[in-house]
Ligand binder design. Structure first.
Ligand code: ZN
Length: 251
């Protein structure tokens, strides 16, 4: 018995398999993350128009067979030419790979997350048309955490609610964000400017990320704080992080 379904989908990964096939990891808006065998994908231009490059957004026709471990990707029609623009620029590609890896490692197979899907699709679209910036990556990370229900508390002490801007705060990912020094037993210090920047960026749509320009130390503080939170919610190390760090001198 087989069943077919069509869903908007994003290519998270594609590897060659056998003579002409590819095994594709897709993030489907209606299916969550699935693996599918794309038969003759390296030969058929008709069924896989626009290719299966990382970050390609399109419409996937999937077929499920009872008893078979992997779905079959019958066709994939890329929308727009965003993936082409991505592939032409190493920094954009690195940011796209990082965004895709974050989603891959924070969503379990078949976990349906339409908000995460829309957020990633928009991120890829914006990367294709604008410069890759650290600020946009931070806005993306915050939006992903929000969509998954893991947005950290940054504007007050998570334990006593203190909003005292003059008081020293610490960062405690296990507790879910900022803790004032009076309550804190652990965690490294986090600057007020870093917390303020995180609070501001957490409210932003990706469209407004281009309007944010942070000093390098604040940017680094935000990156490190979010990396600690993300570390708790992703499975395994993030391979694309080092690549981005090399491209951007650690910002
Ligand atoms: Zn407190």
């Amino acid at each position: 018995m087989t069943s077919a379904r069509t869903t908007p989908a994003i290519v998270l990964r594609a590897v060659n398999y056998g003579e002409a096939d590819r095994v594709v990891t897709l993030f489907g808006r209606d299916t969550g993350r699935v693996s599918a065998l794309a038969r003759s994908a390296r030969k058929s231009q008709r069924r896989f128009a626009g290719g299966l490059g990382l970050g390609t957004v399109g419409l996937a026709a999937l077929r499920e067979r009872a008893g078979a471990e992997m779905m079959t990707l019958e066709s994939f029609a890329a929308e727009g030419a965003g993936h082409v623009a991505l592939g032409a620029d190493v920094a954009r590609m690195a940011h796209a790979a990082y965004a895709a890896e974050l989603v891959t490692k924070s969503c379990a197979p078949h976990q349906v997350e339409p908000m995460v899907y829309d957020w990633l699709a928009e991120m890829l679209e914006r990367l294709a048309s604008g410069a890759p910036t650290a600020e946009r990556l931070r806005v993306f990370e915050l939006g992903l955490l929000r969509a998954l229900g893991f947005l950290p508390v940054v504007d007050r002490c998570i334990l006593c609610g203190s909003r005292d801007a003059a008081a020293p705060f610490r960062w405690d990912p296990d507790r879910g964000g900022a803790v004032c020094a009076a309550c804190a037993r652990r965690g490294r210090p986090i600057a007020f400017e870093t917390r303020a920047a995180l609070a501001r960026m957490a409210e932003l749509p990706l469209a407004d990320a281009d309007g944010v320009s942070l000093p390098a130390d604040v940017n680094r503080g935000c990156r490190e704080a979010l990396a600690e939170i993300l570390d708790l919610h992703v499975s395994g190390p993030l391979k694309s992080v080092e690549f981005i760090a090399k491209l951007s001198n650690g910002i």
